[in-house]
Design a protein around this ligand. Structure first.
Ligand SMILES: C[S@@+](CC[C@H](N)C(=O)[O-])C[C@H]1O[C@@H](n2cnc3c(N)ncnc32)[C@H](O)[C@@H]1O
Length: 188
């Protein structure tokens, strides 16, 4: 039987279809670096990736992965909250921003993304995004994650001006136990 599509695989497939290659991309939640690696491949030798995390373990895991793949020259690994993205990037410069919310796999669950900072980071990210750029989110809920972050993000997105942003919220319709929610925002 074919394996179920993971949410990150799904995010990557949609972004690959829509993004220009060799662009400027942001990984807002670096973690173990799998999304950063995906974005580095898309960036090629001419593009660049900015990746954020608040944990030094995330930076060292990601650095090791990218070193192995010989892609360290395509990325800036930033030890800072994604809520401070505007300190590191100019407005209207990014082709895509990717959030994979939650906690570092194998790490401390208390250092997960949080409702206030995630909403603040999305707000900042939408300013940094170029026209026609895409912001992709993977939201988790249930278990020790709870529902506060997903609810806060969806509340914020509901109020975005439809003349400036298209917001698509998807659903794993036939999966039990609070499956993750993929969200795509396109800036007009
Ligand atoms: C689900 S993991 C990301 C997985 C990752 N993209 C990968 O490919 O392995 C979520 C990450 O968000 C990080 N995080 C939590 N709060 C953050 C914040 N305010 N700013 C940036 N990263 C944050 C966590 O430390 C954790 O590493």
């Amino acid at each position: 039987m074919k394996k179920r599509t993971s949410i990150t695989q799904w995010q990557h497939e949609i972004l690959t279809l829509h993004l220009p290659k060799e662009g400027l991309y942001v990984d807002a939640t670096m973690g173990n670096g799998h999304d950063t690696l995906f974005l580095c491949r898309l960036a090629g030798e001419k593009g660049h990736v900015y990746a954020f995390d608040i944990q030094t373990a995330a930076l060292s895991n990601t650095r090791a992965l990218l070193e192995k793949e010989n892609m360290l020259d395509r990325v800036s690994l930033i030890l800072d909250s994604h809520a401070h993205m505007e300190k590191h990037l100019e407005p209207e410069t990014a082709d895509a921003i990717l959030f994979n919310c939650g906690y570092l796999p194998g790490g401390d669950h208390h250092l997960a993304t949080r409702p206030e900072t995630t909403v603040q980071a999305i707000h900042a990210g939408l300013k940094i995004l170029k026209s026609k750029g895409a912001l992709s989110l993977c939201l988790y809920s249930g278990g020790d994650t709870g529902f506060a972050e997903k609810d806060a993000v969806l509340r914020y997105l509901k109020e975005l001006d439809p003349n400036r942003y298209t917001v698509i919220v998807q659903e794993y319709y036939n999966r039990p136990n609070h499956p993750p929610t993929p969200v795509f925002i396109c800036k007009k």
